[in-house]
Design a binder for this molecule. Structure first.
Ligand code: NAD
Length: 256
């Protein structure tokens, strides 16, 4: 992977920052792309102090112009792009009967339209370069185990699996592999925000987790790096759970 370049959207977030650090530790130049430009630049600076090669890029993943500029800046800085990891995401709480169109679109556009805009912009570069590439979408177990009262979250995560499938077919001839990763609960700022909003939720969920714990962001980053590495050349169009068997828990007795 040495000398290659990755763009990580939501790169300043919990999972995104672990992915950025993992890439940097493997000699990959990283564009930390996030709507929070300050945190993106701070993380890039910290990675550089740690010996990695990173730049912070402020981007709004829902805006076509902002996405195209972010990809152009990345290529101008590093000279190329090889990997896209789309981690940008948000989450609201609202029953469907009370959900506004703005709330619905705010979630759907961040997860799914953002994935489309970024993969189109990066995909064009990858085709031009002619050396293949890898795209990874951060989906969720929520794609197949729908979460009630979370607006478009589950539909958006299911849509990411659909988009990964479409692109894996369209781009197979270019040597570009496109996969979705489906974490269960991961201990990140987004999860902490949800637990703060709903204080009994963590204890309830832990009872339904076969592994008895959430994932660490670094465990998800390891899977992303595998999907961008030489060990996964024939994996494309897949949606891979990383959930400690959470999706298999239908008959599981709740732990005390
Ligand atoms: N934490 C979990 O348990 C969990 C489980 C499954 C999937 N996921 C998914 O993983 C991804 C990362 O989650 P996380 O827990 O690290 O969340 P996080 O809140 O820590 O990080 C999300 C990042 O996305 C950025 N972002 C939000 N909207 C943006 C926009 N419009 N443009 C650019 N950047 C934007 C935020 O600034 C933030 O840095 C999300 O897509 C989330 O749905 C998380």
């Amino acid at each position: 992977m040495e000398g290659k370049t990755a763009i990580v959207t939501g790169g300043a977030g919990g999972i995104g920052s672990a992915v950025c650090r993992a890439f940097a530790g493997s000699g990959v130049g990283v564009a930390v792309a996030d709507v929070d430009g300050t945190r993106a630049r701070d993380l890039a600076a910290a990675i550089s102090v740690e010996g990695g090669n990173a730049m912070g890029v402020e981007v709004e993943v829902r805006s076509e112009g902002s996405v195209d500029t972010a990809v152009q800046r990345t290529v101008d800085h590093f000279g190329r792009v090889d990997f896209l990891v789309h981690c940008a995401g948000n989450n609201i709480r609202s029953p469907a009967l009370e959900l506004s169109v703005e709330e619905w679109s705010g979630v759907l556009d961040t997860h799914l339209t953002g994935a489309f805009l970024f993969s189109r912009a990066v995909g064009r570069r990858l085709v031009e370069q002619g050396e293949g590439g890898r795209v990874v979408f951060m989906s969720s177990v929520a794609a197949t185990a729908p979460v009630p009262e979370r607006g478009a979250y589950s539909p958006a995560k299911a849509g990411l699996i659909g988009l990964a499938g479409v692109l894996s077919l369209e781009w197979a001839g270019y040597g570009i592999n496109v996969n979705a990763v489906c974490p269960g609960m991961v201990l990140t700022p987004m999860t902490e925000m949800v637990y703060e909003r709903e204080p009994t939720l963590r204890a309830q969920r832990l009872k339904r987790m076969p592994a008895g714990r959430e994932a660490h962001p670094e465990e998800v980053a390891d899977l992303v790096l595998f999907l961008c590495g030489d060990g996964s050349t024939h994996i494309s169009g897949a949606a891979i759970p990383i959930d400690g068997a959470f999706l298999k828990n239908g008959f599981m007795l709740e732990s005390e």
